[in-house]
Design a protein around this ligand. Sequence first.
Ligand code: ADP
Length: 511
Amino acid sequence: MALASAQSTSGIVPEVDQFIRSRTRRMLIDGKWVESASGKTFATHNPATEDILAEVPAGEKEDVDRAVRAARRAFENGPWRRMTASERGRALWKLADLIEKHGEEFAQLETLDNGKPLAVARVADVPLVVDHFRYYAGWATKVEGETIPVSIPGQRFLNYTLREPVGVVGQIIPWNFPLLMAAWKLGAALACGNTVVLKPAEQTPLSALRLGELLEEAGIPAGVVNIVTGYGETAGAAIAAHPDLDKVAFTGSTEVGKEVMRAATGNLKRVSLELGGKSPNIIFADADLDEAAVGAASAIYFNHGQCCCAGSRLFIEQKAYDKVMPKLIDFSQKVKLGPGMDPATEMGPLVSSEQYQRVTGYLAAGKQEGARVAAGGGRPKDLSKGYFVQPTVFADVRPDMKVIREEIFGPVVCAIPFKDPSEVAAAGNDTTYGLAAAVWTRDIGKAHRMAETLRAGTVWINCYNVFDAASPFGGYKQSGFGREMGKAALDLYTQLKSVWVNLGPHGDNGQ
Ligand code: ADP
């Protein structure tokens, strides 16, 4: 059971063990740790052992209502509203400091709940979260309007804009980077003065709950951030449809994104969606092929392929195909799979049993449709428990196969040779998605031309999976709309008001 499995996993710091014991049966509404109205809970599992890690409240519509009421009060009347922008910025900075101070706990919670290697949670997830809150702490004092030179005959007006918070926002978070995706949404929302009802994914609720414990110490008043744990179909759907939320921000599958958008029409709340992908990663023969092969492997295997921007379609120029493929296959076969808490592990399990079924279902579909397994292709033989899938390379793939058209969200890449460089951009764009793309070449002109031609919200050149809080991220086409991170995210969490001041008629002297 819960505690037994946590304790039996070596290296867990006492704070994590204690957190799992003490807090997880409650969620955060209006600054208080409360049970769900129904008293129901659900289990979150350790995907490396399949054991129950903790029980958390199964929040439903009534709990979301309660959280929205708290967030509305905090937005309209609370101290948050009266705090200066500078004070808001300082609170976000303090939150970043506290996360950094408790960084090891957060890293371990991510590993235990999500499955990712602890080393990755330590060097990627947690530092990116800290950076993210610091970046938006800086923005709190820079959310500015403009003065507009208007041209009304015979009369003088001062016209200016105020950039105001949207209000009370619902944020629905996925399980692949649980704390980081919460930070992407919270940082910008709070910097702009909004209040929030946040729902972590049911597979990975723990790091968000731990974050909730730090809010008060950071100086973020009660009710400003409410954290409701629960299932998508209940708590998530209640957020999307809620009549008193001004906005919903969602990251997850394209299918659910469409449902969220439909549900949001009830009160025309603002919607931003960061959805799936089937990103093309294109290697030209003139690239540094060693770098490109390693880059192609990490493009798909980072976070076990559970990245919406994973480089899952690998286009290799024919002339380089026989050089790149052996390197990619060799890399794939050498990846060390194991529990995320084991320091030797390079790739952990998939997040859940459902995800395991989904990915292995695609492996079966690929084989059945005639794709050739060049590496991996199934479950590792030496691991009897846990949701492990081998890093897998499919070759001889046809454009109509499921594995090349649909998002797998696992460590599975389709390798596709191409002859004509002028046609590869069209092949790369032949998808309903448009989240990311990458190009490997030494030809700078070709690199920039490809960057223009590829229909994706992010294009990486001679790199992959590079992120920074200052650089916007989001989708073209059915990968969603709205940009998180960077200055662009301020647009998601503010609305513009135009103010007109009558300064009277023009005087004779031009005054
Ligand atoms: P996946 O299929 O990879 O688990 P989802 O898109 O289902 O990804 O989940 C992303 C987030 O959306 C999770 O927090 C989940 O609880 C939530 N969610 C799932 N279904 C719905 C829904 N119908 N309405 C709102 N949120 C949902």
